[in-house]
Design a protein around this ligand. Structure first.
Ligand code: ADP
Ligand code: XUL
Length: 596
């Protein structure tokens, strides 16, 4: 988790804008005075498991100038070893694809990180708003009666001792889980097909999404389902711990459940009925991402000396928070996060339903535009695997190979899946082809002679990275993002690699920027905490860019041009042709081996 803070200045930008949706769903809204209070002094935000997606809880505090002021981190495996997690999760040896985390571990981590910050002399009394970021899709199941526990926390006892009996499911399914294929197909069938579900909720059914997970619990453990009072996403679960009551699910993270009508931003009766009975009451209300979830519970005021009026702003998912932290606010901007998993996202005005990718409401705008996103499970760990097998376990050698091999790799195309892939839905495996005449408009069937067992080492490296980037270009075009994008902002661990970024510029044909700090999800949550606080104070929605307008380069949010758009437009066009070939082969593979 991350804590971050903001302070000083900005008053002149804060003209009030009316008619853009209310703020606040918990602690009451401001009175709309038409001018703002000064910025909050410190705004903490908690970032759950950006590092290796689920392995830690990090806190960051932003200062008045949107600069990181303090950070700390709790690593689940090493600092809470009694839960015996590996990379923060349990992989069920008996049920294929079942991946969970112990819910109580997250509760214990919250006190632990606060202790650490207290010991580093952070003055909690200066913090005026808290928000956070959690891995998307994971769900938490509160047992009947748990709201009483939440509402009567005793500051003399640790949270973990008070919540031991609070959950009807002890092990929360997390984003890596893919054990609900059966439920996905059943939900799609019940709503009239996969595309219908995508039109309604922004995505066809995905195994990791909360809806299929809930249906599985209802089907397999009906007693547990009946004994569940409230179902939270991990984001709203953390907000609940902080406000001492059930927090609403934020509309952006809520779109990652296969349960929310993505246009109306409210629960879809059709999707609810296709999932489990009496579900709406167990989910509570949805709230916009800038809303205040509530005031911080007296537990934290007494134990850590937070101010009584410190507000908790809705928590959201790591990807929506990254969009905020990368300051994406213009349709046509594209962000590519090269982390443990790779994600690609951008803003669009159109809701173009598709069988792939995801559509969420724009997390920094209450109006009608959308965030579109693609998720690849095979990101950095697969790049590391190829580096270890073909490039001497060295990024330097990996980069040299990328530089030495020709663009388009002589038609050598590779598909590398170390984990079951989400996009395309293919199982673990590797597939290699050589397509010599890819300039031709169409591939006439996939001939066996195209397949090869292995390429020379340098070509393996280029086949992997070109393949990953070509797939991103193809699928972003399919979900309606413009080609070329206005610009790309690259983030995540592998964005430190200039050779990868140069290839990205050549394949997409646009400028590639990088950010000053790689932790865009936590920065985004911090920024959203400040933004939520401000909207609450003013009593109306204000555009988030007013928080950093005219001072971006002096903040931790700043980004700079890393690789300019290529001048060789013929190469960009040739990559377009190679991309078409790749997609034909991909479709063929999905038809032959896909998880349908
Ligand atoms: P997470 O998604 O867990 O937050 P990060 O965004 O921190 O992960 O990315 C970590 C990954 O970055 C590492 O697993 C590593 O493979 C990758 N990485 C680090 N340096 C380089 C490099 N020079 N080239 C390519 N990948 C790199
Ligand atoms: C997004 C997704 C992952 C998780 C974990 O759909 O599954 O990116 O949010 O980071």
């Amino acid at each position: 988790m991350e804590m971050a803070g903001v302070g000083g200045g900005g008053r002149s930008h804060l003209q009030r804008r009316r008619g853009r949706g209310g703020v606040g769903n918990g602690a009451g809204t401001g009175r709309g005075r038409g001018s703002a209070e000064p910025w909050p002094r410190l705004v903490p935000t908690w970032d759950f498991w950006r590092r290796k997606r689920g392995t830690s809880l990090k806190a960051s505090v932003l200062d008045a100038n949107l600069k990181i002021f303090a950070t700390d981190i709790v690593n689940f495996d090493t600092e809470l070893p009694h839960y015996k997690t590996k990379d923060g999760v349990y992989r069920d040896p008996l049920i294929n694809g079942r991946i969970t985390s112990p819910t109580l571990m997250w509760v214990e981590a919250l006190d632990l990180i606060l202790e650490k910050l207290k010991n580093s002399n952070l003055n909690f009394g200066k913090i005026i708003a808290v928000s956070g970021s959690a891995q998307q899709h994971g769900s938490v199941y509160w047992k009947n009666g748990s709201c009483t526990i939440l509402a009567s926390l005793d500051s003399n006892n640790r949270l973990v001792d008070q919540f031991r009996d609070a959950f009807s499911v002890q092990e929360s399914p997390v984003w890596m889980d893919c054990s609900t294929t059966e439920q996905c197909r059943a939900i799609e069938k019940d709503v009239g097909g996969a595309l219908e579900l995508s039109k309604l909720t922004g995505s066809c059914a995905h195994e990791r999404y909360a809806g299929p997970q809930i249906r599985k619990i209802f089907e397999k453990q009906v007693q547990v389902y009946n004994n569940t009072d409230r179902i939270s996403l991990i984001s709203s679960f953390m907000a609940s711990l902080l406000i001492g009551g059930y927090a609403c699910i934020d509309q952006t993270d809520g779109a990652g459940m296969n349960l929310m009508d993505v246009i109306l931003r409210d629960w879809s009766k059709i999707a609810l009925e296709a999932t489990a009975p009496d579900l709406e009451a167990k989910l509570g209300n949805l709230a916009p991402p800038h809303a205040v979830a509530g005031l911080i519970s007296s537990y934290y005021v007494e134990r850590y000396h937070f101010k009584k009026d410190c507000v908790v702003v809705q928590w959201s998912g790591d990807n929506p928070n990254s969009l905020a932290g990368l300051t994406l606010n213009t349709p046509g901007d594209l962000a590519i996060s090269l982390g443990t998993s790779d994600t690609v996202f951008g803003i669009t005005m159109d809701h173009k339903p598709s069988l792939e990718g995801h559509i969420f409401p724009n997390p920094v705008n209450v109006e009608e535009d959308y965030m579109v996103m693609l998720v690849y499970k095979n990101g950095s760990l697969t790049r590391e695997d190829i580096r270890n097998r073909y490039a001497n376990k060295s990024w330097e050698v990996f980069d040299t190979y990328l530089k030495e091999t020709p663009p388009l790799n002589g038609g050598k195309i590779g598909f590398y899946y170390k984990e079951h892939e989400i996009l395309p839905p293919l199982p673990i495996g590797e597939h290699r082809y050589i397509v010599r005449d890819f300039e031709k408009e169409y591939l006439d069937g996939l001939k066996e002679e195209h397949r090869v067992i292995e390429f020379d080492a340098p070509f393996e490296v280029r086949a992997l990275v070109e393949g990953q980037l070509l797939s991103m270009r193809a699928h972003t075009e399919k979900i309606g993002m413009p080609c070329p994008p206005r610009r790309i902002i690259a983030t995540g661990g592998a964005s430190a690699n200039k050779a990868i970024l140069s290839l990205m510029a050549s394949i997409f044909g646009c400028d590639v920027y990088t950010v000053e700090r790689p932790d865009s999800a936590s920065l985004g949550a911090a920024l959203r905490a400040a933004h939520g606080w401000l909207c609450h104070k003013i009593g109306a929605f204000v555009p988030i860019k007013l928080m950093y307008m005219n001072k971006l380069e002096h903040t931790s949010l700043n980004c700079k041009l890393s690789v300019p758009a290529p001048t060789d437009l013929q190469l960009v066009a040739n990559y377009g042709l190679l991309m078409k070939r790749r997609i034909e082969i991909e479709n063929h593979l999905v038809h032959e081996k896909g998880r349908m």
